[in-house]
Write a protein that binds this ligand. Structure first.
Ligand SMILES: *[C@@H]1O[C@H](CO)[C@@H](O)[C@H](O)[C@H]1NC(C)=O
Ligand SMILES: *[C@@H]1O[C@H](CO)[C@@H](O)[C@H](O)[C@H]1NC(C)=O
Ligand SMILES: *[C@@H]1O[C@H](CO)[C@@H](O)[C@H](O)[C@H]1NC(C)=O
Ligand SMILES: *[C@@H]1O[C@H](CO)[C@@H](O)[C@H](O)[C@H]1NC(C)=O
Ligand SMILES: *[C@@H]1O[C@H](CO)[C@@H](O)[C@H](O)[C@H]1NC(C)=O
Length: 565
């Protein structure tokens, strides 16, 4: 399922102004360089095959910048026969919509042996955990890496050190073969990920032959006793939805969700879907009674569940000569089923006048009274001729629908492919001619994402991701959204809506008649970030089914010139 929420702005002249002010000559030196290549690699639990790597590794190198700064990143496509883009997942790209890395929406893909310079302007208030990944086909399976935005001021929570847990799926086939199989009619692949990697390694129970162990070595994360760590958990998986807990460390405290600080919230385990990021505080044991404690990770929702591990190492720090560590004979933790209420209606935005920068995401919540318009985004999974196809609001987006990336058209001719608000208002917010959802600067929109029973009479879990400005997340539920009931639920709850960029619609019972509304997720958004922004389910196979056969563009048209930074 993939839609493009295209925030096209009538601010064309202003955008061009931004772009031309930064024309690069031969002396230009970017702040960072990433080079993407295709290499033959043996990853944990899957056969040797070609994968994409960034600067030679997957995950690629960690990029670190500071909020409030503007940096340029040069991305080289060194893959012989594939296009490439790079998306800075979670960053708003408010003043640089041409840097969002979405093929057909914000840019032409980078052809082989070319590079593209991306401008990242990171606004104040965006310190937190992000990742970068290609937005072409299934490339983000491995062409991805952590992106950390550091605080300009002292962070609002005390911790001794930072750790990263970056999750990725591995499949039996290369991206290209997998994409062919997914798009075949009839469909030629019904499997799921074979294993989920933690920081590039993983081992435990694979999915294809239930119960079969895989004994590759594990990632080792060095810790010291009696310290507090900020653990940055990044859901870089292509498909899998995961639960994670740490042996012997029963309480952890969530402090960040998708790049915004939250009030401290205690949990015993984490749930993380593709595209989501969380930080949690981990207090290490004062007197550990052994060297290694397992981090246990299990997939849920799609296919057979996989189980994988990494370890916290209380012993001497790992060196190249340290002995490898393997999965335990039996799992130390029993992880529950998915909880669709996990963190729902219970997080609060961090809000402390002593720390105004970290509290920015608590400001300006649009109340129900301020909402000027509602837009429904309703998905349906169809199965014509035994091939899979997602429909959004009944429309199917065909590959040749958009001849040129929307933003490129705008820069070139001022917007010939202009969506019509009049047509959109007659079609639940979607302009059926341009396949886009327009919006006007200053509107306050409630976006209600709705799931329906599939052609198979089943339901699915979908992590919905929005590019551009973060939305206020109004929660989720089974059945049909009712604003009054939901407002009342917030009044009763300990939480307050927080700003997010990736949140789930859950499958609940698992079965529903085809096409009936089954579940919803609601977001509220002030339209104040001009640009061309996609909204899509972050499960890569779903995007591929959308991209090549069904998805369409959503445009928000910004009609008023306005400057934000
Ligand atoms: C990636 O590799 C290039 C050289 O191939 C190097 O110049 C660059 O600094 C590397 N980037 C990072 C973030 O390590
Ligand atoms: C790369 O993108 C261009 C422009 O969209 C397209 O014409 C071309 O077929 C793509 N190449 C590959 C290998 O997908
Ligand atoms: C689940 O495991 C069974 C074997 O136990 C296997 O036949 C089946 O293909 C697996 N399903 C997926 C989706 O991998
Ligand atoms: C944050 O604190 C300010 C000042 O105390 C208050 O006005 C605002 O309502 C608070 N925001 C939230 C989301 O609690
Ligand atoms: C959105 O969907 C709901 C539930 O089906 C429906 O009642 C409402 O009229 C729709 N609103 C718009 C603006 O499409």
């Amino acid at each position: 399922m993939r839609f493009f929420l295209l925030f096209i702005s009538v601010l064309t002249t202003e955008l061009i102004g931004v772009a031309s002010a930064a024309t690069h000559n031969e002396h230009f030196i970017p702040d960072a360089v990433l080079r993407v290549t295709e290499e033959e690699r043996k990853q944990s639990c899957v056969p040797l095959k070609d994968i994409l790597v960034v600067n030679g590794t997957s995950p690629g190198p960690t990029l670190k910048f500071t909020e409030g700064k503007t940096v340029w990143i040069r991305v080289y496509n060194d893959i012989a026969h594939q296009n490439l883009t790079m998306h800075w997942h979670g960053l708003t790209m408010a003043t640089a919509p041409f840097s969002d890395g979405t093929p057909q929406a914000s840019q032409w893909p980078i052809p082989p042996h070319h590079f593209f310079d991306y401008e990242l302007h990171v606004p104040i208030g965006y310190a937190g955990t992000y990742f970068y990944h290609s937005h072409v086909g299934l490339q983000a399976i491995s062409a991805a890496g952590p992106l950390i935005i550091e605080d300009k001021d002292t962070p609002p929570y005390n911790y001794d050190d930072d750790l990263i847990i970056f999750l990725q799926d591995v499949f039996e086939y290369s991206d290209e073969v997998l994409e062919e199989k997914l798009l075949a009619v009839p469909i030629a692949y019904q499997g799921s990920q074979e294993m989920v990697l933690i920081n590039g390694k993983g081992s435990g129970i694979v999915s294809s032959e239930l119960g079969k162990p895989c004994d590759d070595s594990l990632s080792v994360i060095d810790v010291e006793p009696g310290k507090t760590y900020r653990v940055r958990l990044i859901g870089g998986t292509a498909l899998s939805f995961n639960l994670l807990a740490i042996e012997g460390h029963d309480t952890i405290k969530v402090i960040e969700a998708d790049g915004a600080y939250t009030e401290r919230h205690e949990v015993s385990l984490m749930q993380v879907s593709p595209g989501q990021r969380y930080s949690f505080l981990l207090d290490t044991l004062e007197t550990p009674d052994k060297q290694y404690y397992y981090i246990q990770l299990e997939s849920r929702e799609f296919g057979n569940n996989t189980r994988s591990f990494a370890v916290l190492n209380y012993g001497p720090p790992q060196t190249e000569s340290s002995p490898p560590v393997y999965p335990p004979a039996s799992p130390p933790i029993t992880l529950p089923q998915t909880d669709p209420n996990w963190l729902e209606y219970s997080l609060r935005p961090y809000n402390d006048s002593q720390n105004p920068t970290a509290s920015i995401n608590a400001l300006d919540f649009p109340t129900a009274e301020e909402v000027t318009r509602r837009v429904n985004i309703t998905s349906y999974l169809d199965f014509p001729n035994y091939g899979l196809l997602y429909k959004i609001n009944g429309q199917t987006w065909k590959e040749d629908l958009v001849q040129e990336p929307f933003l490129v058209s705008l820069y070139k001719d001022g917007g010939s492919n202009w969506p019509s608000m009049e047509r959109a208002l007659q079609h639940d917010g979607l302009d059926p001619v341009t396949y886009a959802f327009p919006a006007v600067m200053g509107e306050v929109i409630e976006i209600v994402v709705q799931s329906t029973g599939t052609a198979f009479g089943t339901t699915e879990t979908h992590p919905w991701h929005a590019h551009g400005a973060h939305y206020w997340d109004l929660g989720s539920g089974e059945g049909v959204y009712n604003r009054e009931e939901n407002e009342a639920k917030w009044r009763r709850s300990i939480g307050h809506p927080v700003k997010r960029d990736t949140t789930n619609i859950y499958m609940y019972g698992g079965q529903a008649p085809p096409g009936t509304l089954t579940a919803w997720r609601a977001w509220r958004l002030r339209i104040n970030h001009p640009g061309v922004w996609m909204i899509h389910c972050h499960i890569l196979p779903h995007m591929v089914w959308g991209m090549n056969s069904v998805s369409f563009y959503i445009l928000r048209v910004i009609r008023h010139l306005q400057r934000y930074y």
